[in-house]
Design a protein around this ligand. Structure first.
Ligand code: ADP
Length: 164
């Protein structure tokens, strides 16, 4: 039997949005197994609003119906995490323009570290192309409606934590 094809979907997911869930769902249709890697202490972000365990639980809840998706907190280097999980690919979502430059750089760094792991990109669906965790937090801070943008439990948690 052919070896199981595993992909990693890394991110800070602070918190998970419908845009993330869309990418994870689409990746899960192409790969045998998807491991969502929740970055414990993101380097490029300020302190996270939710703890790694909270962020993990939101994703588990939002992907519960997908039989081949697991969620784990990642505290080491992405390529090491990918090797530990027998993954052959890292999947990233690409939004309108903004993600390209950063991803282009990360792609080359990761290939230098581990040429056997392929980074692959899924374009954001049109309705999520301008959706980011940061944007959602900003809207929630001022009491705006985010119910179309994030899973229900996330909207509730944001309202509790951020509403002024
Ligand atoms: P953010 O930039 O929103 O904080 P993360 O760092 O958690 O997101 O990103 C995890 C992955 O999901 C990255 O590959 C990112 O490009 C992708 N992503 C984030 N938001 C979306 C979206 N709305 N549509 C498609 N991909 C997205």
């Amino acid at each position: 039997m052919a070896k199981e094809k595993v992909a990693i979907c890394p991110g800070s997911y602070d918190p998970v949005t419908n845009g993330h869930v869309d990418i994870i769902t689409r990746a899960s249709r192409v790969f045998d197994k998807v491991v969502v890697a929740v970055v414990n202490n993101p380097v490029r972000k300020e302190k996270t609003l939710f703890t790694a365990e909270e962020r993990k639980a939101f994703i588990e809840d939002a992907t519960a119906e997908l039989g081949n998706v697991g969620v784990e907190v990642m505290s080491n280097l992405l390529v090491e995490f990918a090797k530990e999980h027998g993954a052959s690919a890292v999947i990233k979502g690409l939004r309108a323009i903004s993600d390209f430059e950063y991803e282009f750089e990360m792609n080359q760094l990761n290939r230098k570290l581990a040429p056997e792991i392929e980074s692959m990109y899924i374009f954001a669906s049109a309705n999520y192309s301008f959706l980011s965790s940061t944007g959602v937090k900003e809207i929630a801070t001022f009491g705006g409606d985010i119910s179309d943008l994030v899973p229900g439990p996330v909207a509730k948690a944001l309202a509790e934590r951020l509403a002024r």
